[in-house]
Design a protein around this ligand. Structure first.
Ligand code: PLP
Length: 394
């Protein structure tokens, strides 16, 4: 047996595992400390009643012989695909066929699994900093090359820095696969329509594919920020869009999302084939729960929940700015990205030890993230208020 050698190239520790280890040591040394956790981007508010009612009803369906469901379609039930098309796309003027919508157990799996559609010699462009899964799954697939002085030889880094307002520039050469994530995790920034059009045009010219991660779409409030990449002319030929109910409806534990693979990309039937072979479908209860997020009552309840998180994000951003920090994001995003006066881990440790506040060191998202930390407003509004008071002590 020969194991996959590319796994050995991955950095030893997954970012959030390292954070947990440091927090655990701190707790052992200071058992009395009340930690405020702004680290991992997990939601803290419970599911809304309109969703749990639908889940209870779905469980009841499973208890009766005539409404029981076993294996569902690998690509999801029609009821949820239709709800996605009618609610997330038609209002934006985007027409999709049901067979272009693939229901999943969340964005994480699809982000990694999509990698199987492409050969190892494709050149991949990834934002720096970025959600770690894009790079890690490329490394696992043997597509990243070798790591020399913090740089993977075959990865094209799209640097997002304060100098370019965290808006990446187009690659100078050929990028075959481009991972974009807007609203962005970790920087909290967004692209306008015209900025996104440049990427679609690049992909059309260079025959590239854009994997557009829209996990934070629900947090968009600015009018000129597109909700879907398919609002951009030409995007159906060059873009796959990934969405999740994790951050829009608190499904991080329930697990449901979807991926749009338009026919025009030429990849739809491959993805269907892949899913039919390797995925036996998302749970019926989770799909009924996701369908319920589109009822008028659930929309109202979810809007309140998202607003609650967004108010916390804004409070953090404004509060940190008042304390003299340069803070970004937090407006169309639950994340606030903060410039630090030291490297990320030193600031992380200082915040933990002196303020009992846990954040995420920016360097965990890529080399350009060093000198920054990320705060996740999913901690909740009250926690944001408390954290600001404690950070004042620094
Ligand atoms: N994409 C981004 C940018 C994320 O931040 C996350 C989770 O935090 C995911 C994807 C994964 O989400 P899911 O819970 O749907 O797997």
């Amino acid at each position: 047996m020969k194991s996959n050698p590319y796994f050995n190239q991955l950095p030893d520790n997954y970012l959030f595992t390292e954070i947990s280890a440091r927090v655990r040591i701190f707790r052992e040394q200071h058992p009395e400390a009340q930690l405020l956790n702004f680290g991992i981007g997990d939601v803290t508010q419970p599911l809304v009643p309109a969703v749990t009612d639908a889940m209870h009803a779905a469980v009841d369906d499973l208890t009766h012989r005539n409404s029981f469901r076993g294996y569902g379609p690998e690509d999801g039930y029609s009821f949820l695909k239709q709800a996605v098309i009618q609610n997330d796309y038609l209002p934006l003027g985007i027409q999709l066929h049901e067979n272009e919508v693939f229901i999943s157990d969340g964005a994480g799996s699809d982000l990694g699994n999509l990698s199987e559609l492409f050969t190892a010699d494709n050149r991949v462009a990834i934002l720096n900093p970025a959600y770690p899964a894009y790079l890690d799954t490329c490394v696992m697939a043997g597509r990243a090359g070798t790591l020399l002085e913090n740089q993977w030889s075959r990865i094209i880094c799209l640097d997002c820095t304060a100098d370019n307002n965290f808006i990446p520039e187009l690659p100078a050469g050929q990028a075959d696969i481009i991972y974009l994530c807007f609203p962005n995790n970790p920087t909290g920034t967004t692209l306008t329509r015209s900025q996104l059009q440049m990427w679609v045009d690049y992909a059309l010219t260079h025959h590239s594919i854009i994997i557009f991660d829209g996990a934070y779409e629900a947090y968009i409030s600015d009018k000129d920020v597109p909700h879907s990449i398919y609002e951009i002319p030409g995007a159906k030929e060059v873009a796959i869009e990934i969405r999740s109910y994790s951050k829009s409806a608190g499904f991080t534990g329930v697990r449901c999302g979807y991926t749009i693979v338009p026919e025009a990309t030429g990849l739809r039937s491959m993805w269907m084939r892949r899913q039919c072979t390797k995925y036996n479908g998302t749970s019926y209860v989770a799909q009924r729960a996701a369908e319920a997020t589109y009822t008028p009552l659930a929309k109202q309840q979810l809007a309140q929940q998202i607003n609650y998180y967004k108010q916390g994000a804004l409070l953090l951003r404004n509060g940190l700015e008042q304390l003299g920090y340069n803070a970004y994001g937090g407006i169309n995003s639950p994340y606030v990205w903060v410039k630090t006066d030291t490297d990320s881990w030193t600031f992380f440790n200082r915040l933990l030890q002196q303020c009992q506040v846990v954040c995420t060191p920016g360097v965990g998202f890529g080399s350009e993230g060093d000198g920054y930390v990320r705060f996740s407003a999913f901690a909740g509004y009250d926690q944001c208020q408390l954290a600001l008071q404690q950070i004042k002590q620094l």
